[in-house]
Ligand binder design. Structure first.
Ligand code: 5CA
Length: 446
């Protein structure tokens, strides 16, 4: 993309309404615009990151064997009356009446809708196990939407639902989700720690939230500091193996790590004092096992191998896709702007032309731009007639991990400058070598 033709409405001033750094930087970098309280338009740069995050979520879900579908945002109230949640859900649910006087709602989550799909089409244990998921907008009429996309009213969520014959199989689905979430967040450059939590209106006893530690997080968390040393890394795992998935769950949940809802001072006191930590965290996902809470009242049954009709065991598993943008920025920025991890960056690399209009500099930039694109990379070329300082400030603000700076002086010596946004370190090298270096970085990421 050429910046002169892009739509990147960056702000020079700090917007007064933003209380935390991620919200401030998303507004300043022209990623989002508030439409009304807790509801945002995704401007091109923000939309690009949102799509990259979605892509990672899709890839990791499907790697774990989960099947994508798409359910609507608007739902009929009747289904929610069947599960008993229509009255229970409270004021967070946006209720709508259509022209025929029928009660509708904008889905805050989809347990009822997916259970209805399941009961209409699945009748035998032979069709299990089954996990279906989608990435769709949700609406929760939060009393205090705040912090930009972190606590929105309309927000994008990946929600997945497993259907299993037995509790044991459903717990395997739970463990499998935990493993795939660890991989998902690590690919985004995040450490998200599974912590024992409360299940709230979704229900069930088994639930873990995934928290990214950050001072601005809304949850208070208590944990054994050893847990922060754990990494999933690039290990291969057989998602069909109950033992392999359970072993990962045990590894990542055996140390004390809880949100304030389930915190237990006596248990916490058993952690050696030097390792006890109290901090704040951003909840970027949650997994639940709730057994037959929905399948029983809604009649989602299968015939088992003895010919009996039994309600299926279910769980649901969510990732806060739009919230993740805020969480990643909270975890990765400096005073100049965002620092995108390579896995989610909107553009792989920036090209800054120090002297737009200079025949040689223009030609060198065009050649770099073409070479990067030919490798399947997505560069952003700042081809505007602007001062170098302004170009650098924009690149730093929008946080592309790599920048190639091209100017007549360097070109005389056959070099351009390659700069890492994260370390700030620069290196002079021939243009072809800079392209190779960037290609090598992304070869391990894409
Ligand atoms: N049905 C289950 C799992 S599919 C469910 O709804 N879980 S949840 O309530 O925990 O939401 C899943 C994730 O959505 C949360 O972990 C959080 O990251 C994100 N989320 C929840 N509320 C909001 C909100 N108001 N704004 C942005 N993201 C949110």
């Amino acid at each position: 993309m050429r910046l002169s033709r892009y739509f990147l409405p960056v702000l020079k001033e700090n917007p007064a309404e933003a209380q935390i750094v991620s919200h401030r930087l998303m507004l300043r970098a022209g990623m989002i615009k508030q439409a009304t309280a807790g509801i945002y338009s995704w401007l091109p740069l923000g939309y690009k990151v949102l799509r990259r995050i979605e892509q990672i979520v899709h890839e990791e879900q499907q790697r774990a064997g989960h099947i994508p579908l798409l359910m609507p945002t608007l739902q009929s109230a009747d289904l929610w009356r069947e599960s008993g949640r229509y009255d229970d859900y409270g004021e967070e649910m946006l209720r709508i009446t259509d022209r025929h006087g029928r009660d509708m709602l904008y889905g805050p989550t989809n347990e009822e809708l997916i259970t209805d799909i399941f009961r209409s089409h699945v009748g035998s244990y032979k069709d299990l196990p089954l996990t279906l998921y989608h990435i769709q907008w949700k609406f929760r009429d939060e009393i205090r939407p705040r912090f930009g996309v972190m606590r929105g009213r309309e927000f994008l969520m990946k929600d997945g639902y497993n259907f299993d014959l037995t509790k044991e199989d459903a717990l395997h689905a739970y463990n499998r989700h935990l493993v795939s979430y660890l991989r998902t967040y690590e690919r985004m450059g995040l450490q998200a720690i599974p912590m024992r939590a409360d299940s709230g209106p979704i229900g069930g006893d088994d639930t873990h939230e995934f928290l990214v530690l950050a001072e601005t997080g809304e949850s208070e968390v208590f944990y054994d500091s050893e847990i922060t040393d754990l990494k999933f890394g690039d290990r291969e795992i057989d998602y069909d193996s109950h033992d392999a998935c359970r072993a990962v769950l045990e590894e990542f949940t055996s140390r004390y790590a809880r949100t304030d809802e389930t915190h237990d001072e006596d248990e916490f006191a058993k952690v050696p004092e030097g390792r006890r930590r109290t901090a704040r965290g951003i909840e970027v996902g949650q997994i639940f096992y709730f057994g037959t809470k929905y399948s029983e009242p809604m009649g989602a049954t299968v015939t088992d191998d003895a010919g009996n009709k039994v309600p299926v065991h279910m769980g649901s598993h969510g990732i806060g896709v739009s919230r993740l943008l805020g969480a990643i920025i909270e975890a990765s920025h400096d005073d100049k702007g965002i620092i995108w991890p390579e896995g989610v960056t909107p553009f792989h690399c920036g090209i800054v032309n120090l002297k737009q209009g200079d025949a040689e500099a223009d030609a060198a930039c065009e050649a770099l731009y073409a070479a990067l694109k030919a490798l399947g990379l997505d560069p952003l070329y700042d081809d505007r007639k602007e001062r170098a300082g302004a170009k650098f400030a924009t690149m730093d603000l929008i946080g592309l991990p790599w920048r190639i700076t091209v100017g007549p002086r360097g070109l005389k010596n056959g070099v351009v400058e390659l700069t890492s946004r994260r370390s700030g370190e620069s290196e002079e090298l021939p243009p072809e070598a800079a392209v190779e270096r960037i290609a090598a970085v992304y070869a391990g990421v894409l």
